[in-house]
Design a protein. Structure first.
Length: 131
């Protein structure tokens, strides 16, 4: 019983850290939580793979670079959205229904991609990142 309570306490403390830290720490915490779960069910192969993944994160993860990549992705999606809006305006000026329909589909796809990029940025707590 004491082990379970201690484990829950560790998980909760890691959860708090994940909210207040960069993405590399978040990745480490997520992998560590998976290791705990795999140990609980005596999944030795899974533990070995997760430990290797944890070492890779510790060796190669650079939080600031990740933040810049995510921010760059959001900016690219914003530019793509602006291009699609321009294409729709040109199609509407042209007046061809099929061309307008295609441009509207592309615009909706660009909006979805931007939403996904922004969700990714929010997921990792990178909303305050400014390059």
């Amino acid at each position: 019983m004491r082990v379970i309570i201690t484990g829950i306490g560790i998980l909760l403390s890691f959860s708090v850290l994940a909210d207040n830290s960069d993405s590399c720490q978040y990745k480490e915490i997520e992998i560590y939580n998976q290791i705990i779960y795999a140990n609980k069910y005596n999944n030795i192969q899974e533990v070995a793979g997760l430990q290797a993944a944890l070492e890779q994160v510790r060796t190669h993860c650079h939080g600031h670079e990740f933040s810049k990549r995510v921010a760059r992705k959001v900016e690219e999606k914003k530019l793509k959205l602006a291009e699609r809006q321009q294409e729709l305006a040109e199609a509407q000026a042209d007046g061809r229904v099929k061309k307008i329909w295609k441009a509207e589909r592309k615009l909706e796809a660009a909006k979805y991609e931007l939403k996904e990029a922004l969700d990714s940025q929010f997921k990792y707590g990178l909303t305050d990142f400014v390059e």
